[in-house]
Ligand binder design. Structure first.
Ligand code: URA
Length: 472
């Protein structure tokens, strides 16, 4: 007896799980099932309706791979997953391991899908549409490589919960209206009007663009050309490339003070020891690994190490400082020195649990000038903040906080692009370059320097209290 399973275009993962559970419970061997719907030569029957007596135990690692691999466009992905399930059930080797050809194949499928989803999150560009009700309306066109619209859109539903939007693809369309997500059939590429947000994206892209790192091949593989036409900012690429050499030269000339003896050697050794991270990381951990090797500006030459953020990787609240201080540079952790103490005390008073927030800095290397045995803090300049915005953008993209608190002018500039004076902005919520809200307040180091810090300190506690209330 042979069986045929037709997987739907929507709800594919659940449908595969249900079918696989039934098939394994009846001990139906992989070569008896045609997962492509039975279009083959042999006459096939549907699977039984009910589960059989056998219960298979499946490790969580299998579901981790299955929940990505099933969206791959490869027609044999469902069959391969079932082969792995069969072998797990029969204890035939380790079909999830990279040492096994099946494991290697499945890992690759899962990785391709995760990358495709990541690209969707990075490259979907919404255009505003005329609105009929109180909610703003947006639409975007996107062409994924795999069947990734369904697993990819919950990200947008969380991020743009208070707007109505649709993402149309050649296969399916996702509609988010009144807070509800639904899917419809494929649409022709919509003829969408341009709007001012295109200009914003262009500015953002120009800001994060680091001419010293232009690698056209990498750019093409990370942002395949087929996406370019849908991205307003890519229209800037030719102009930026033309200016790139001159900008590199200006960066070199504007370089900061020379490294103290030995520091460069330490950071070079450190970077050499790290695995080469991919250019466009798929996870927060990969982003951290890549940041450890960062050479986007000269600050890495003197600093001991990159200081990455810490806390809950899915925190609703992100708190961003300026840059690591002396202690942070040595320990490799943010906010462990005197300013960190002020911040942690204020957080405790406001009821913010540091383990539930994500604490990080606009700039990931300590900038200082040596004076005797001391290293004196220097504020990062705009170019340094802009180079480092790449990392901050990745942290924001992976953590996806509902609210971000900017401590001081450098963080506020990094997050919003607004370099206006702090006194007009403290306690206010501004729109971040990442499209999320940013609550601006004083930096704890500023509070430490004031002869009478009471008012500024109360502002900091109040901001944290409000942030806690908004992200509970
Ligand atoms: N100041 C900051 O802005 N960040 C730190 O991590 C420490 C001091």
């Amino acid at each position: 007896m042979t069986y045929a399973v037709t997987l739907p275009d929507l709800g594919t993962l659940d449908a595969w799980r249900t079918a696989a559970r039934i098939a394994i419970s009846h001990r139906i061997a992989p070569d008896l099932i045609d997962w492509t719907g039975g279009g083959g030569l042999f006459a096939a029957s549907p699977l039984p309706d009910q589960q059989g007596s056998h219960q298979a135990k499946v490790p969580a690692a299998f579901f981790d791979i299955a929940k990505s691999a099933i969206w791959h466009k490869s027609p044999d992905r469902a069959a391969l997953l079932y082969q792995a399930l069969w072998r797990i059930d029969r204890r035939i080797g380790d079909p999830l391991s990279a040492a096994d050809p099946l494991g290697r194949r499945l890992q690759l499928l899962a990785k391709n899908v995760r990358r495709d989803i990541h690209k969707m999150h990075a490259f979907v560009r919404f255009r505003e549409l005329p609105s009929v009700g109180p909610r703003r309306r947006f639409a975007a066109w996107f062409e994924p490589e795999h069947h990734t619209l369904e697993p990819g859109v919950p990200f947008f539903a969380k991020r743009f919960a208070d707007m109505d939007w649709m993402i149309a693809t050649p296969e399916l369309t996702a509609h988010f209206e009144g807070g509800k997500l639904r899917f419809g059939p494929a649409a022709a590429r919509p003829d969408l009007p341009d709007d001012a947000s295109e200009g914003l994206w262009a500015t953002y892209f120009a800001n994060i663009f680091n001419p010293a790192r232009i690698k056209l091949d990498a750019m093409r593989s990370e942002m395949p050309k087929k996406y370019w036409k849908n991205l307003p900012e890519t229209q800037l690429i030719p102009a930026m490339l033309k200016d790139a050499e001159a900008r590199v030269q200006r960066m070199r000339e504007a370089g900061s003070t020379p490294a103290r003896p030995g520091a460069a050697a330490i950071s070079t050794r450190y970077r050499a020891a790290m695995p080469q991270a991919p250019d466009l990381p798929d996870t927060l951990d990969q982003a951290q690994a890549a940041a450890m090797q960062c050479r986007r500006c000269n600050l890495c030459e003197k600093a001991t190490q990159t200081v990455w953020g810490r806390g809950a990787p899915n925190a609703a609240l992100m708190i961003v400082g300026e840059q690591p201080g002396d202690r942070e540079d040595l320990e490799g952790l943010p906010f462990v020195g005197p300013a960190g103490q002020v911040l942690h005390k204020a957080m405790a008073e406001a009821g913010v649990d540091p383990a539930k927030a994500w604490l990080t800095n606009a700039v990931k290397h300590f900038k200082f000038t040596p004076r005797g045995k001391q290293r004196i803090h220097q504020s990062p300049d705009r170019a340094e903040i802009e180079h480092c915005r790449w990392w901050l953008g990745l942290e924001l993209g992976f953590v996806q906080p509902r609210l971000t608190v900017a401590l001081g002018a450098s963080a506020a500039y990094a997050l919003t692009g607004n370099a206006g004076p702090m006194k007009d902005r403290v306690g206010k919520v501004e729109q971040g370059l990442h499209d999320g809200p940013v609550l601006v307040t004083w930096h704890p180091s500023y509070i430490l320097r004031l002869p009478d810090p009471s008012t500024a300190r109360a502002d900091l506690v109040a901001a944290l209290y409000e942030a806690q209330a908004r992200t509970k």
